[in-house]
Design a protein around this ligand. Structure first.
Ligand code: ZN
Length: 285
């Protein structure tokens, strides 16, 4: 088996493990089956649009302008944001999904749709990379670590963009979608500038900066998801910790950020009486 497919399998397992457990942890049980449907339905969308909508659009544009021109390069930069953001919402054409989304659970659905789409993209990307002979000389450890860390970040980005699109689903879907496309474009900017290769742009610096840009965006999108789910209060609590009242001794204590948002543990110890209090992640902190 080509090593890129081993890396893609590993990345898929990690993405599913982290994000599916995150989605289940913040979601109500009654939404589970719908979230799973949304997740599964978006998996084939990235490869499907790539070989249909995107390919067709590309042919049409090539008829009008030469594929050597700068304008063509500029237009191709917008393919991914303009096509993938609306495509990720395609499963919402099913009323039993669309009607269930509300102000309380839209982040769960945004993450399910975005992460599912990301998983499809992992495999599309792996398939394409397997066609490039030079990549097969890279050592397996390098491919594996690079692939896993990159796709863990990219899949969260997809989930955050789609959550933003769903924020005002019934009143301002257009604006949400536009904002998601804008963020998507910004996330890809250094890579696009690198590919454009306009005179004056230092490609060495761009190549060096690209991974940092992804990490920066990852952090920003974690903050965005926190804001979308728990508002300004949620953002404040990242730094100050949420105030919790112990059900045993009734005194209040501050929960650390790690317990509130990232831990996989479901209990925490009260600093006053030592009671093991269970954390309900479904309640916003
Ligand atoms: Zn206590």
């Amino acid at each position: 088996m080509h090593k890129i497919f081993i890396a893609a399998s590993a990345a898929t397992i990690m993405v599913v493990f982290f994000y599916v457990s995150y989605i289940l942890r913040i979601s109500l049980r009654r939404d589970y089956s719908r979230l799973l449907t949304a997740f599964l339905l978006t998996i084939p969308l990235s490869p499907a649009t790539n070989y249909s909508v995107k390919a067709l659009l590309d042919e049409l544009i090539k008829l009008i302008i030469s594929n050597q021109s700068g304008i063509y390069q500029l237009i191709t930069m917008t393919y991914a944001p303009l096509i993938s953001e609306p495509i990720k919402l395609l499963p919402l054409l099913l009323p039993f999904l669309y009607l269930r989304i509300n102000r309380e659970n839209f982040v769960s659905f945004g993450m399910a749709l975005g992460v599912g789409f990301g998983v499809g993209e992992i495999w599309l990307n792996a398939f394409r990379s397997s066609q490039i002979p030079s990549e097969s000389y890279l050592p397996i450890g390098y491919v594996l670590l690079g692939y896993i860390s990159e796709w863990l970040m990219v899949c969260l980005l997809h989930g955050a963009f789609t959550s933003l699109a769903l924020w005002k689903l019934r009143r301002r879907l257009g604006w949400g979608l536009a904002a998601a496309m804008g963020l998507h474009l910004l996330a890809q900017l250094p890579r696009n500038l690198f590919n454009l290769n306009i005179g004056g742009i230092n490609r060495q610096i761009l190549r060096f900066y690209m991974p940092f840009h992804l990490i920066l965006f990852f952090v920003l999108m974690v903050l965005l998801l926190t804001y979308l789910r728990a508002g300004k209060r949620g953002l404040r609590q990242i730094f100050s910790g949420a105030k919790i009242e112990c059900p045993e001794c009734k005194t209040s204590y501050k929960r650390s950020y790690w317990m509130t948002h990232l831990s996989t543990r479901a209990t925490e110890e009260c600093p006053h009486c030592g009671a093991q209090n269970t954390i309900d992640f479904k309640k916003k902190p």
